[in-house]
Ligand binder design. Structure first.
Ligand code: MRU
Length: 344
């Protein structure tokens, strides 16, 4: 089945289904899943079948519309209370990415402002608009970023903030794709990104498929390639940014930023403007998702590789201090940490 045509998530409005690429199967298997089942949707986000901040936001929007359109009643109060419950459950799936909250609040708001007659249709329209907006926002990020990369040969990235993390283009990799469209090829060093290997499985998969020169490195190799002068800039995605510019992203990002600062390499955070969470003063207020210890001790190994009884700490994200960030690349333009106050 091929509904998505290169996108990561989509809305099959004819059959009222949410469609997604199961990213846990990549790179060995590309499978599109089509569902209107609440538990399957919820599990898809929890288990990272759908992952990446913008993608989970848009997916949640689509799922909300599908689930409400599936209900065989037009009773406004039943529909609204169902919508409220779905949003309250969904938002807890992954607490760090603000995009999930943002998307669900938009759906909830849209539902509450609807009449009984147009509620279902409005949610459908909102979800479709979210898909379109994500594509155009990421393209803009790519255009601004490509200007910054005009004189650069190689970047380093962490985790996957490419097209698999959004609907299309992605955030951190969007400048690379747009530069490629403009005839400028940029080499990418991709951190493998322990423990779930989003860099090795996903970033490498999508970049190689796009014909981009990609070198996979172990996470602990990042500062070595910087020291050798092989990296001209670091581009990463982001899950939430506090008012002071502290930015949460995949665990390991802050270590990359510290190395980049040490070697005088610009460190850019690429994201939709909606990733700013102005309700938070600084990064210490960002909730960091903690995941199962087995992702560290067992995943990817034929048998458990760490002794029974050892503790494993599995923070899924960390916070990079704004003092390490050169600028945020957003659809509104390039914003330095000191300029954030102009947007509040
Ligand atoms: O746990 P994941 O795979 O959802 O983490 C993804 C990241 O940390 C991305 O860098 C971030 O969500 C930005 S995606 C454009």
């Amino acid at each position: 089945m091929c509904f998505l045509k290169g996108a990561t998530v989509g809305y099959d409005t004819v059959n009222n289904k949410a469609v997604f690429v199961d990213q846990t199967l990549l790179p060995s298997q590309y499978r599109e899943v089509s569902t209107d089942d609440y538990t399957e949707m919820f599990e898809a986000v929890k288990t990272l079948k759908v992952r990446g901040a913008p993608a989970i936001g848009v997916f949640a929007g689509i799922c909300t519309a599908v689930l409400i359109n599936k209900i065989e009643t037009d009773d406004y109060y039943i529909l609204i209370s169902k919508l409220e419950r779905i949003c309250a459950d969904f938002v807890q799936c992954r607490p760090t990415a603000v995009n999930l909250k943002w998307a669900l609040e938009k759906m909830l708001d849209g539902g509450r402002k609807s009449t009984p007659q147009n509620l279902k249709k409005n949610l459908k329209t909102l979800a479709l608009k979210m898909i379109e907006d994500d594509i155009s926002v990421c393209r803009k990020i790519g255009e601004y970023g490509a200007e910054l990369l005009a004189d650069k040969n190689a970047i380093l990235t962490h985790c996957n903030a490419g097209r698999l993390a959004a609907v299309k283009y992605g955030t951190a990799l969007a400048p690379v794709y747009i530069a490629q469209e403009q005839g400028h090829s940029i080499k990418v060093y991709a951190d493998e990104t322990r423990p779930l290997l989003q860099g090795a499985r996903l970033t490498a998969f999508e970049l190689v498929n796009a014909g981009i020169d990609t070198t996979l490195i172990c996470d602990n190799t990042a500062s070595a390639v910087m020291a050798k002068g092989l990296v001209d800039a670091v581009l990463v995605g982001c899950d939430r940014v506090a008012k002071n510019g502290d930015a949460a992203n995949k665990i390991g990002t802050s270590a990359v930023a510290i190395s980049a600062k040490h070697y005088g390499i610009p460190f850019y955070v690429c994201m939709p403007f909606s990733t700013f969470d102005f309700s938070l003063n600084d990064g210490s207020q960002i909730i960091i998702e903690e995941r199962a210890a087995e992702e560290v001790t067992d995943f990817w190994y034929k048998e458990r590789m760490a002794p029974e009884g050892v503790h494993a700490l599995n923070f899924a994200f960390d916070v990079t201090s704004s003092s390490l960030i050169t600028a945020f690349i957003t659809e509104k333009g390039i914003i330095k940490p000191t300029e954030i106050k102009n947007y509040i």
